[in-house]
Ligand binder design. Structure first.
Ligand SMILES: [Zn+2]
Length: 181
């Protein structure tokens, strides 16, 4: 019944999807990069902290939306000069909770589904890790390897934007769907 958003300044381990959208729950907090084992597979080390916020709401189309933002500075290896480099990962999260494939196929191509079975709980950490993995550039390399120190944040960010192609299987699915229509 709660109409006003409920704010929580820590990230709970699990959330009840039956409640969070009705409550318009907002959660924010930090997670260690080390806790994200799948993300760490792409990183040079496990140093760093992920800052994230998530909020849950029912949109105009009655879809269960999970929105928010996740960011972290991580260490990776430059794939050209093989030296370590810092990478600023950032992702705007905008997902729709679905429990079946059929539901996800109804979504417009611009929206990505987040699967959660009818009786399952939501894990904020899983959502955030998955989104950061999607935000990882395919190729990580310095803009200019010769003078590593001159690679300012700005140029690195620009580089990420051009190289980052999100590998999203659902985008492929929705492409197939619209072609068969
Ligand atoms: Zn390099």
């Amino acid at each position: 019944m709660a109409e006003t958003p409920i704010l929580q300044t820590s990230l709970p381990q699990t959330l009840d999807p039956q409640k969070v959208f009705r409550q318009k729950l907002q959660v924010s907090g930090q997670l260690s990069v080390a806790s994200m084992t799948r993300l760490c597979e792409s990183l040079l080390d496990e140093e760093g902290t992920v800052s994230a916020n998530l909020y849950f709401e029912v949109d105009m189309e009655r879809r269960l939306r999970i929105r928010g933002k996740a960011s972290a500075e991580v260490s990776v290896t430059c794939q050209r000069c093989l030296q370590p480099m810092k990478l600023q990962l950032e992702d705007m999260i905008d997902l729709v909770l679905v429990s079946t494939d059929a539901q996800s196929k109804l979504l417009p191509a611009s929206l990505d589904p987040w699967f959660c079975g009818e009786d399952e709980l939501l894990s904020p950490a899983d959502i955030i890790e998955e989104q950061l993995i999607l935000a990882m550039p395919i190729v990580t390399k310095h803009v200019r390897c010769i003078d590593v120190n001159s690679a300012q944040d700005e140029t690195i960010k620009e580089h990420i934007q051009t190289e980052s192609a999100r590998q999203n299987p659902f985008a492929v699915l929705s492409g197939l769907k619209s072609r068969s229509d």
